[in-house]
Structure formats: C-alpha cells, structure tokens
Design a binder for this molecule. Sequence first.
Ligand code: ADP
Length: 369
Amino acid sequence: LKITEGEKLRKKLHNTILELKGNIRVFCRVRPFLSDDGVGADTKVISFPTATETMGRGIDVTQNGQKLSFTFDKAFMPDTSQQEVFVEISQLVQSALDGYKVCIFAYGQTGSGKTYTMMGKPESPDQRGLIPRTLEQVFETRQILQAQGWKYEMQVSMLEIYNETIRDLLAPNKSISDGSRPENGKQYTIKHDVNGNTHVSDLTVMDVRSSKEVSYLLDRAAQSRSVGKTQMNEQSSRSHFVFTLRIIGFNESTDQQVQGVLNLIDLAGSERLSKSGATGDRLKETQAINKSLSSLSDVIFALAKKEEHVPYRNSKLTYLLQPCLGGDSKTLMFVNVSPDPPSVGESLCSLRFAARVNACEIGVPRRQT
Ligand code: ADP
C-alpha cells in the first residue's frame, strides 16, 4: 500500500510540475538503427542517463569525445513502441474532445522518424502511428460520451505547405492519374473568425463518422502526396503535412457546447541549408522550409516571452495555426532524432532547438498580430 501511495504522490508531483511549466511540452524520440544507416553505425553517439532525476527524460549525445546532456518532458528510447508513445499523448486527445485547441508537431531532420511517429505503417497494426491511434481514441470516446447525452460532429481536412503554398490533399481528384496537381490555380486564403476558428478558402473539409472513414481519407491524402513526391523530388520531406480534426460537441441535456481542434503536423525536414548543397528549385524549397521553421520558433519564443507582437503572419504555417498556438491551447513537440553517427551534428541542432522550446512557458499574448 505504501508503495502505491508513494507512486501516486510522485505522479501527482510530476503532473503538477508539468502544469506549472505551462502548456507546451517537448518529447524526444530516438529511432532505432536502420540497415542503411551510414558507416560506423555501430558507434554509439546517443545514450540515456540512468540517474533517477533524469530517467525517462534525459538524453546524452557524444560529439568529438564531448558529452552533451539534454532533458525533456520525456525521452523515448529506440525500442519504445508506438503504443507506448501514444499513451503519453492520449491526454491531449482527450483535451481536444473537451474543447481545447491542440497542436502536436514532429520536428527533426529527414529520416529521423517524424512520419513514422505521426503516421507509422498503417498496414502493420503494431506500427500504426499517432494519427490512426488518435482517431480510434476519438471515435471510441465519442461512443462513450454519447451515453451521457453528447453529440459530436467531426470534420477532417488535410493539407501540405510546400514552398509557402498550400495544397489541398483531399481535393476532388480528377487529374491525379496524369500526375498534375488537382488544385492548380487555387489560392487558399487563410482567415480567422472572431471565435478563433480558422477558415481556408476552397479547402476540402470532410464530415467523418468513423475512424474507418478517416483511414480512407488518409489513404487518399497519401496518394495525393506521393504524386507530388515523384514529380517534385521527394516533396513529402520538403513540405509540412497538416492533419486537422475539428470536434464540435453538444450536450442536449446540459446545453453545453464544446469546440476542439486537434492538429497533427509532420514538419518538413529541418536539415541545414549548407549541408544540402542546394541550388535552383532546391534552394528555393530549402529557404521556404527554413523560413517557416524559424517563423514557428519565433512564434513560440515570442509567446513564451509574452511579447506584444507575435509574428504569426511571417509564414503560412504559423498563420494557419495561429488560433491553436498560444492562449489556452496545448502544444506538444516531438523532436525526432536519428542515432546514426554521421547525423550527430543535425541531431544536436534539433536537440538544442527543442531544449529551448522545452524551457518555454507559453501564456496568453497581449496582442495577436
Ligand atoms: P522522416 O519522416 O523524419 O523523414 P521516417 O519516419 O520516414 O523519417 O523514418 C525513416 C525510416 O526509419 C523509415 O524507414 C521508418 O520506417 C524508420 N523508423 C523511424 N522511426 C522508427 C521507429 N521508432 N521504429 C522503427 N522504424 C523507424
């Protein structure tokens, strides 16, 4: 009994610390070694501290014989399963059902495991990622809450932002077989209404009633993305993928109403410009990615410092997500890291950025611009 009480107290204290820290969390996830990882893949550059105070939260990186230590809200080792990761975000999924605006990002260099974390491998039940698992939880919980008088409407949209241009991944797909993009010529203007809802003109928004329906839409979006991939040089790693689930709940017996939003975002690869040796179109792409990733960090740091001016408008990504960043919204960032020794420089860049985000406490900005 004593152990259970102690465990309860430890959990309570831990949760209180997280609450005090504000509404942005950072989880680090290191992927396992892959057979095609670079030369020297057997050299260990990443390790996990075992000291009680950082266990499960710390990560150590060794570069040129020097060890650098980082601590996050959680640090997942390479053998952590998709289900174990999902358990840690399921509270945020519940928050969206309770009417909060939630953003979950995956940040890291290409090949570090962002898509695996977000989508996983839908064909393998154990390897399904956060998006399919989230949808299952949402629809299961909806079923339970129905018994308490709640009725929900769910709407899904999926888009990618490539070179600061929005592409609708659910656009009616007449021309996919000939490889041309279905939404050519559309402008997709972003607007926010007084209730903090985002509207993207011409964007396809689908009402969904089951996770099966959403799986079908995810397949359609993946197909639409892969057309871009072959045509546009691995575009998927060069674009941000934004999955949005809007949840509108109404309880007839209590007259309560909730409107939650859940955004799951697979960000473009964060690798640095100098390393990619980019020219021409590639250079333009890289500059667009750098611009939007640095705009995202500028927004997070401006919110953390409670600055008067929050530069949401500096990129499509931050402007699109404006109502879901700051205020009483909840943000979680995964920093995905490769254990491959040649990637150690990029891993350190990602971890340094994530450590700065993790130190942030986001509050309500005084004025949003
Ligand atoms: P990114 O989206 O960051 O470019 P991916 O998610 O495509 O990276 O991951 C790169 C490769 O590593 C893929 O083959 C993916 O299946 C594999 N991978 C990533 N994370 C894991 C993991 N946690 N467990 C097993 N395989 C993983």
